[in-house]
Structure formats: C-alpha cells, structure tokens
Write a protein that binds this ligand. Sequence first.
Ligand SMILES: *Cc1c(COP(=O)(O)O)cnc(C)c1O
Length: 223
Amino acid sequence: MSIAENVKDILNKVDVAKATSAYSNQEVQVIAVTKYVDVVKAAQVVEAGIHHLAENRTDLFLEKYEALEDKNITWHFIGNLQRRKVKDVINRVDYFHALDSIKLAKEIEKRATHIIKCFLEVNISGETTKHGFSPKDIDDVLAEISQLNNVEIVGLMTMAPISADDEQLDNIFASMRQLQTEIAAKGIPNIPCTELSMGMSRDYTRAIQQGATFVRIGTAFFE
Ligand SMILES: *Cc1c(COP(=O)(O)O)cnc(C)c1O
C-alpha cells in the first residue's frame, strides 16, 4: 500500500480501538516514527495528514528537523539520549519520551531554555535488556525530578517485549495505566503525568484499548 493508504488504514484502526477502549473520551495522538525512512518519505506521511513525527537518533533527527522545518511538525525524540548530545536536541523537540535516569534529567535541566515535556520511561516487564525505571524506584525518582524547573513529566512511556503474547501485552499496558493514574493523583509539582506513550506497529490497538494517549508507529506507515 502507499503511505497515504497506510495512513488511512491506521487512523481507521485507531478509531476502532478508541471506540472499544475501556476509557471514554480518550484522545490519542498518532506519531509516525520516521527512523527507517528518508526525508522524502517522512514528508509524504506529513502530506497524508500525520503532523507528529519521531526519531530515535540525534543525527537522523537533526537532518529531518532541518529539512522539514517549514512543515509545522510536532517533534518527538523517542530513543536513548546520551548526555553529551542533550544540548544538540533538547530545545528542538516538543516531547522527549525516553527519560531513563536522574543524571539525564539533570543534564536536561542544565541545557533547557524552556520547560521540556518528558515521558518517564518505565521498564514495566522487568526485562534486563530494557531501558527505563523499575516501578519500585518511581517514587524516589519523582521526588528528585520534581525539584527541577525545566523538566515536566507529562506521562509514562514503555516498550513491550517483542516476545509478549496478547494477554501479556494487555497486562503490561494495564499496569502502565494503573501506575500513570496513581502518579497523576498525587498532584506533584511539575509532574502532571496525564499521558501514556505506549503501542507500536504490532500492538498499538491493544495499547489504545488499555488507555494509551500517544502511539508510536513506524513500520506500519512505510511497509
Ligand atoms: C522504532 C520504535 C518504534 C516504532 O516501531 P515499529 O514497530 O516500527 O512501529 C516505537 N517506539 C520506539 C521507542 C522505537 O524505537
């Protein structure tokens, strides 16, 4: 299928998932992950109506950010960010999805020229290969991060294991939703935590049904 057809198909599936979600009036922001494709294809997905784009590497982000500057894109950085690269990207992105250490939060605080909307990455499944905070450490992490002026925790982000079956996916996504609502209820300064970034090409409909508000979709747009 063409990129335009993929966009239509994905937006339809998102609507169906929202209609069958456990949560009513759920806003879902669809993000096109352009890390596998060049600037031309990234521009096509924008032409087809998706204005939120994501990259996971500094060099590829900067290349597309500059090439597509006139297209009014909301930019998401979804990858592991090395501390020495923070200064190059952090003031250009609208959302940073992979905040996974206090040291990184402090570097963002130092380099930011305005408040940066961040998602705390959570390793909910406990996979040893995954980045992200363990749920048991979250309270301590939030206490430290709430002291920072330029880091706002808008929500939580996770990546489900490749090996997870449907039932495991539902459990993972539901646990994330529970953790997110618990944190939001605390009303901690700088930590509204109203959003949930979860769901990729293979599992975004299930993630939406469990309360995702941002889905990060790559392959399904461009295959
Ligand atoms: C690549 C990537 C995605 C998109 O993956 P697809 O399976 O291609 O949809 C989503 N989130 C993160 C963090 C990624 O690195």
